[in-house]
Write a protein that binds this ligand. Structure first.
Ligand SMILES: [Zn+2]
Length: 168
């Protein structure tokens, strides 16, 4: 069963290859947004899903999609993350600061936040997890991400601190 599941996921990831060129990306992007907000509505209202759950959903997705990238060290992985995130319509990322194991990412066109009214809280658990998963899939080790500023919380951009550490 686990193997069948992996095969299904691999097939979906392969299918995504066809969608990472414009203009289809806008369609897939808005469809993805609808699914995310539907998860929020159907499960969030019942208290069945938390921000942490969504972070892990994003992280798994990032890990799977990183199979399409070439792999490399953390700095190289950041470059590929910027490229993929842009192509997939997850958000246009600017790398604000970077070092060997830590970076600050700014997203001005966040898939979750754009068009969302000011809510007074940070809400981008899913993309935060996605960035962590993608970087972890590429650079190995363990990568975490936390959203430090959010457009839904009055900022002009969403900001994420991503950090990698070795697993011994
Ligand atoms: Zn945000």
């Amino acid at each position: 069963m686990a193997q069948t599941f992996e095969l299904i996921v691999d097939k979906i990831v392969e299918n995504l290859r066809e969608y990472i060129t414009p203009p289809e990306r806008y369609l897939s992007r808005e469809l993805l947004r609808l699914i995310v907000f539907s998860i929020h509505k159907t499960l969030g209202e019942q208290g069945k899903v938390t921000g942490e759950d969504l972070y892990h959903v994003g992280k798994n997705t990032g890990l799977w999609i990183s199979k399409l990238a070439s792999g490399g060290d953390f700095i190289h992985s950041l470059k590929e993350l910027v490229e993929f995130s842009n192509k997939l319509g997850v958000g246009e990322i600017e790398v604000e600061r970077e070092s060997k194991e830590r970076a600050v990412l700014r997203v001005y066109d966040c898939i979750i936040c754009r068009d969302v009214p000011k809510l007074g809280i940070n809400i981008c658990y899913l993309p935060s997890g996605f960035y962590a998963g993608f970087l972890q899939g590429m650079a190995k080790g363990y990568v975490s991400s936390s959203e430090t500023r959010c457009m839904a919380n009055g900022s002009d951009f969403c900001e994420f601190v991503v950090e990698r550490r070795e697993i011994f």
